[in-house]
Design a protein around this ligand. Structure first.
Ligand code: AGP
Length: 609
């Protein structure tokens, strides 16, 4: 998720764009840049790192212009560096572009452009667009952009300038937001509302496939075929802070609701519903190397560790590789048996967690194969691991991890299918079946999010309780652990996740009418077992709130409350069962007046031991 801004009018365009980027820095901050038209030339300033570095660059080398576009980057392809920072130009510096999104087929397009003798300056997918526009440019920028977009697969929100047509900015969107700000004698473009509010409250929200030509006095919008379309102008009343949270009260709630998008962005370009094949170019492990792997150690902390517990089932079931999941702070001190036939897979949203990073280094010292699952390109783990698969969730601002968790599950699931394909342990039809299960997840998460009001009602009934038990079995044991972690870290209430089958070996003594039990009871090979475990708990007076996907009256009557979620194959159910648990934790915490986004004693990334 990056931030882009455009301006055309009579103000100091570079200043307007820079201030807009500052409002969007929460969307990405590993590099930034601005391009402006001055005396019919394209002038560009780019800096790696936070916007403050670009500010210094601009102060030293200001550009006087009334037309500019800018970008603050959350890298998806190509490490954070000045050459990978946007804006990107064509080979003659006549055309310049900023882009948010992922061009899935950029490699094949880049190969075609290479064959035409075009040279590239960056590792990004975006630069391919600049060269394609140059290929099609014959004096009509709008038409060149239109032809370019007809060639690309993927997602985009983009702005394009051309020095031969200085009176306009061409912009377009597909799957990624882009908003036009309507002024008088000036117009604005931005990824999100906060960048526009200081100048205008009148906005037009582009829709998928729209291409807009933005002049000082006029905006013309058409669809991808060039047919003019009308888009309603909206008057936005939000204040700046509301806008940064997209109208949500907290970043955590916004990020919970972003999960249909972040899961889709993570599997985009890596799976297709009618194919039994997955595509992960980033993983360089060959089939021969994979076949030599005798064991996988998954190593992580906190929520990422819980994602690893779930993934264990996938690596063993799909790829038949023995897999152990370890807490990083334990793993690094217990002298694990490591050698070149062991794969150490680290999971980290930040890519900076000290214990996990140390485990990765221990693996490399012992010549292990290494893979990192990260949400932050250019992080220490992504730089030091031999292979990295990125979750494309965008920045996760809330300290409690939510969209990063489902993004990690998505990436790990695809990785396990990739291993199975390379090892030949899954036939194409089985692989296709599992891929379709993942493909359907975003819609199913959306269906659960529609029950948020009902979950809020349950939270109101539970908020005065002091201690909670979360029960799950099999794949959903990890979801129970994660649900308990979510609640305790943002509400400061005691909550414990437990394997439901283990309760009778002691912890059941804890249960009485003051201890709500949150049980994950979705249909699975252990469904009857978990139902009997729950009955045992109920017999001790515990009120049971169950997450179910067999939403019939007979099941619902077994529990004090049920939260019904869409059916899925049990193998992928944790990607769904965790959603109501995230919402329950969020609502209880807000009812108690806790600081949801920045809970006491915690940090977003624990970079110390
Ligand atoms: C999860 O909600 C917590 N914020 C915490 O457990 C976190 O998952 C853990 O610190 C690991 O962080 P990482 O994924 O960035 O390595």
């Amino acid at each position: 998720m990056c931030g882009i801004v455009g301006y055309i009018g009579s103000k100091d365009a570079v200043n307007v764009v820079f201030k807009g980027l500052e409002k969007l820095e929460y969307r990405g901050y590993d590099s930034a840049g601005i391009a402006a038209l001055c005396e019919n030339e394209i002038c560009i300033r780019r800096s790696v790192g936070k916007l403050a570095n670009l500010k210094k660059n601009l102060l030293a080398n200001h550009i006087h212009s009334n037309t500019a576009i800018g970008h603050t980057r959350w890298a998806t392809h190509g490490k954070p560096s000045e050459e990978n920072a946007h804006p990107h130009t064509d080979s003659q510096n006549n055309i310049v572009i900023v882009h948010n999104g992922i061009i899935e087929n950029y490699i094949e397009l880049k190969n075609d452009l290479h064959k035409e003798g075009r040279l590239f300056k960056s590792e990004t997918d975006t630069e391919v667009l600049a060269h394609l526009i140059e290929r099609y440019y014959d004096g009509d920028l709008f038409c060149a952009v239109q032809k370019t977009l007809s060639k690309v697969r993927g997602s985009y929100a983009l702005c394009v300038l051309c020095k031969h047509e200085p009176d306009k900015i061409i912009c377009a969107r597909k799957e990624v937001p882009l908003i036009l700000g309507i002024g008088t004698g000036e117009n604005f473009i931005a990824s999100d509302i906060p960048a526009l509010l200081p100048y205008t409250r009148d906005m037009v929200f582009l829709e998928n496939g729209d291409i807009a030509q933005v002049n000082r006095e006029k905006i013309a919008i058409s669809d991808i075929l060039g047919k003019e379309v009308q888009r309603e102008k909206k008057h936005i009343l939000w204040d700046a802070l509301q806008a940064e949270k997209d109208g949500y009260k907290h970043f955590m709630l916004k990020e919970i609701f972003e999960q249909p998008r972040s899961v889709e962005d993570t599997f985009r370009g890596r799976i297709y519903p009618n194919e039994g094949k997955v595509y992960i170019e980033e993983i360089k492990l060959s089939a021969a190397e994979l076949k030599k792997i005798s064991k996988i150690y998954i190593v992580a902390c906190g929520t990422s560790y819980h994602a690893g517990l779930t993934a264990k089932f996938w690596f063993e079931k799909f790829a038949k590789i023995p897999t152990e999941v370890e807490i990083a702070s334990e793993f690094r001190y217990r002298e694990p048996i490591l050698d070149k036939n062991v794969l150490v897979l680290v999971i980290s949203q930040s890519g900076e967690t000290a214990d996990t990073l140390a485990a990765l280094r221990l693996a490399k010292e012992n010549n292990c194969q290494t893979i990192a699952v990260c949400n932050s390109i250019g992080s220490s783990m992504s730089r030091e691991s031999a292979n990295t698969i990125y979750t494309h969730c965008g920045p996760e601002i809330g300290v409690a991890s939510t969209k990063a968790f489902t993004g990690q599950l998505c990436a790990l699931y695809i990785l396990a299918l990739d291993f199975a394909e390379k090892k030949g342990t899954l036939c194409e039809s089985e692989s296709c079946k599992y891929i379709v299960q993942l493909w359907e997840i975003p819609l199913k998460i959306s269906a659960i999010l529609k029950k948020s009001e009902y979950i809020l009602k349950i939270a109101k009934e539970l908020a005065h309780k002091k201690t909670f038990l979360f029960l799950g079995r099999h794949l959903n044991y990890s979801a129970a652990l994660e649900g308990a972690l979510k609640l305790k870290e943002i509400s400061y209430l005691h909550a414990e996740g437990y394997a439901a089958g283990e309760m009778k070996h002691g912890p059941i003594a804890l249960i009485d009418e003051n201890m709500p039990i949150i049980a994950i009871a979705v249909k699975s090979r252990v469904y009857e077992k978990i139902i009997s475990n729950i009955e045992e708990a109920k017999a001790r007076g515990g009120a049971v709130i169950a997450i179910v996907n067999d939403c019939c009256k007979e099941v619902e009557e077994k529990f004090s409350k049920t939260i019904c979620i869409p059916e899925s194959d049990d193998i992928i159910s944790p990607m769904l069962t965790i959603i109501p648990l995230q919402l329950l934790a969020y609502y209880i915490s807000t009812i108690l007046g806790c600081d949801v986004d920045q809970p006491r004693n915690l940090a977003k990334s624990v970079t110390v031991e």
